[in-house]
Design a protein around this ligand. Structure first.
Ligand code: ATP
Ligand code: MG
Length: 433
């Protein structure tokens, strides 16, 4: 036999055994986003490479090392490494920024980055992301942070710390960049090769380098917070005041600069203290220059990306609850060929009423039908033999308790089923009133 082909490194399959975990987080993020007034947007899986070069930034790890690019018919495309660039492109291309502002959108999408795969770090991963365009107010920053927190709280996560920083605007950054250049110039023999190339073009990127040596050097580097202009200082102070007023706890972390170039002012990360190196579950901030950089007007904007694999991983580690896996409500077990069409008709009736019903599709013996029904986690079983068909009555068996009640197989079937199953769940109707 030929050997089957395995999936590429750093990708994952979601099988029927784990799909309920994805449905859980997708439901949580959708409901939270919609409550905050964000609408869903869907953008292409690939874009022209230039889009990411212009937005994410030429000196970032993502653009320098992690992009999956293909040349097709002489155009270079890249599988999206993140969702912001494509979303802003779509907002521009669809004239959304000419409509009432702020525009508030969210997405659930796959991202592709060529990284070293490990727990919580994949080459294809999924993000829930939000983008708000058209508000410079610190209330917008607080609102976006609150949405991220709502998702993590609804998922039931504990031990999550909100790290907050401001990385200023181009005005404050010019002075800061100069200070960084002077600081790092003393370490040119120790910095990694990538950081050496960043020293001239974008020294702030060195602060985000994952190499332990660069990290050690960066520890004593000048802090952006000491270089903020008046406007950025005031914005940051107001944001903190709003968060404190809303009872949101945070810690100021002058070391977060975020991995992508387009950020200005606020940056934040929700970090789990228990998934180690891949602890950042949600990360985002403000990017007031991005829309202009992509050819639009100067429209302030902000957002975040939340890694769904990391969210699920943290939920698993913390024993958080997921919705129940989809299971069969009623399994109809025909004993012979004459009962099979009846089983199919009854299943159709149940489904019309919104009940998940299945019946034997494999000509199984009674015993193996029982085993199969059990594996489906069936709530109720109805056995259909010649006796049952003749008397137009069968037994509805509760698979958990073994209890049986008679159910009519005529036009009263659905009525009986509803009453019997409700009685079963709530007692004999009395507690329903
Ligand atoms: P990290 O510092 O962990 O590499 P990042 O700064 O590259 O993260 P962002 O670009 O901000 O991450 O992406 C937002 C979120 O997407 C991250 O906080 C994380 O939850 C998730 N994420 C990023 N890269 C991966 C990956 N390779 N696999 C799984 N999730 C990821
Ligand atoms: Mg990264």
């Amino acid at each position: 036999m030929a050997k089957y082909i395995t999936r590429p490194n750093g990708t994952e399959d979601v099988t029927p055994k784990t799909i309920h975990k994805w449905k859980t987080v997708e439901t949580i993020v959708r409901e939270a986003a919609e409550k905050f007034g964000f609408s869903e947007i869907r953008v292409p899986t690939f874009e022209t490479t230039e889009l990411f070069q212009r937005s994410v930034g030429e000196t970032t790890d993502v653009v320098q090392k992690e992009m999956y690019s293909v040349t097709a018919k002489e155009t270079v495309f890249t599988l999206r490494p993140e969702g912001t660039a494509g979303t802003i492109r779509a907002m521009l291309q669809n004239g959304m920024l000419a409509e009432a502002l702020p525009q508030k959108v969210f997405y659930i999408l796959s991202c592709f980055r060529h990284e070293r795969p490990q727990a919580g770090r994949l080459r294809e991963f999924h993000q829930f992301g939000v983008e708000m365009a058209g508000s410079a107010s610190p209330y917008a920053d607080a609102e976006v942070i609150l949405l991220g927190k709502t998702v993590l709280d609804t998922a039931g996560l504990k031990n999550i710390v909100l790290h907050l920083n401001s990385i200023g605007c181009p005005t404050c950054r010019a002075k800061y960049t100069q200070a960084l250049k002077e600081y790092f110039a003393a370490y040119t023999d120790k910095l990694c090769e990538t950081c050496m190339s960043r020293l001239d073009r974008n020294p702030m990127r060195i602060l985000d380098c994952k190499s332990p040596i660069c990290g050690e050097i960066a520890k004593d580097a000048p802090l952006i917070l000491d270089y903020l202009c008046e406007d950025c200082q005031a914005h940051f102070a107001k944001l903190q005041e709003i968060l404190t007023g809303m009872g949101v706890e945070y810690t100021i972390d002058p070391h977060i600069v975020r991995g992508l170039d387009y950020y200005t002012k606020t940056v934040f990360e929700f970090i789990s203290t228990d998934i180690g190196a891949q602890g950042t579950v949600c990360a985002g901030g403000r990017y007031d220059g991005l829309i202009e950089q992509l050819g639009g007007q100067k429209v302030p904007a902000l957002g975040f990306g939340l890694g769904l694999e990391r969210l699920i991983l943290t939920m698993e580690n913390q024993g958080c609850e997921f919705m129940d896996p989809n299971h069969c409500n009623v399994y109809l077990a025909p004993m012979d060929d004459a009962a099979r069409p009846v089983a199919m008709q009854l299943a159709a009736k149940l489904r019309e009423a919104g009940i998940r019903a299945e019946f034997d599709l494999a000509d199984r013996t009674f015993k193996s039908q029982m085993k199969y029904a059990d594996k489906l986690g069936t709530d109720y079983l109805i056995v259909l033999g010649s006796n049952e068909l003749e008397q137009k009555q069968a037994q509805l068996k509760n698979m958990k308790t073994g209890e049986q009640r008679p159910i009519r197989l005529d036009e009263h079937f659905l009525e009986d089923y509803t009453e019997l199953s409700l009685n079963d769940m709530f007692g004999d109707g009395s507690s329903l009133l």
